[in-house]
Design a protein around this ligand. Structure first.
Ligand SMILES: *Cc1c(COP(=O)(O)O)cnc(C)c1O
Length: 213
């Protein structure tokens, strides 16, 4: 097993002290790796692929909070709507409307994060400021989704100043939007900077589970 238990304990203790939620990103990793962290008290896990998430949800403990952090296709929302805890990557009004529809069918209200495009270099998913406002105005008619925060991914850059600047920008938008409680930013390589810039939730995979193929 490639789970780094010591690293998990170290990060988890550090983040608890800082009141930052750790989402353990378990995509492509086997169930026993997830169970190992679950047994140490971890409850929030993040997945990128719908089928993989559905399969894992079916067999792993029912009190796990499953976060969908990948790019969600509208035709697949129905598979995760009955149980997903938080959808991080909502990057269009259309997606938000479809989640609302599927959430209603499941009799649920689904918490969502608006994904914001912050990386300068990468072509990447995410809304700009204008699209955030469009999403905000649409909320009055969407009673089965709650926008509870924002999510962003910084450039894969070895220039910490650049990464910091991108997280800083996201924090500014988050504050300006108002009435939000989750700012999901920071991964294995940049989570310490993200926390310094105001992250309340980090998504960490390879540091805990080892590199992915
Ligand atoms: C895979 C993934 C992560 C985790 O990345 P690591 O670098 O392994 O920590 C975080 N966020 C998103 C959106 C991802 O797709």
């Amino acid at each position: 097993m490639a789970v780094n238990i010591e690293k998990y304990k170290e990060i988890s203790t550090d983040l608890t002290g800082k009141k930052v939620t750790l989402v353990a990103v378990s995509k492509t990793k086997p169930n026993e790796d997830i169970q190992a962290l679950y047994d140490l008290g971890q409850r929030d896990f993040g997945e990128n692929y719908v089928q993989e998430l559905v399969d894992k949800h079916a067999v792993l403990p029912k009190d796990i909070h499953w976060h969908f952090i990948g790019h969600l296709q509208t035709n697949k929302i129905k598979y995760i709507a009955p149980f997903v805890h938080l959808i991080h990557g909502v990057d269009s009004l259309k997606l938000l409307q479809e989640i609302n529809k599927q959430a209603a069918k499941s009799g649920r209200i689904i918490d969502c994060l608006l994904q914001v495009h912050i990386a300068q270099e990468e072509t990447e998913f995410g809304m700009d400021e204008a699209e955030l406002e469009v999403a905000r105005s649409a909320m009055a008619e969407l009673s089965n989704v709650h926008i509870v925060g924002m999510m962003g991914m910084a450039s894969f850059s070895d220039d910490p100043k650049k990464v910091r600047g991108e997280f800083h920008y996201l924090k500014t938008l988050y504050t300006k939007y108002g009435e939000l409680r989750i700012l999901s930013m920071g991964m294995s390589g940049d989570y310490t900077i993200a926390i310094e810039e105001g992250s309340t939730m980090v998504r960490i995979g390879s540091l805990l589970f080892g590199a992915r193929n």
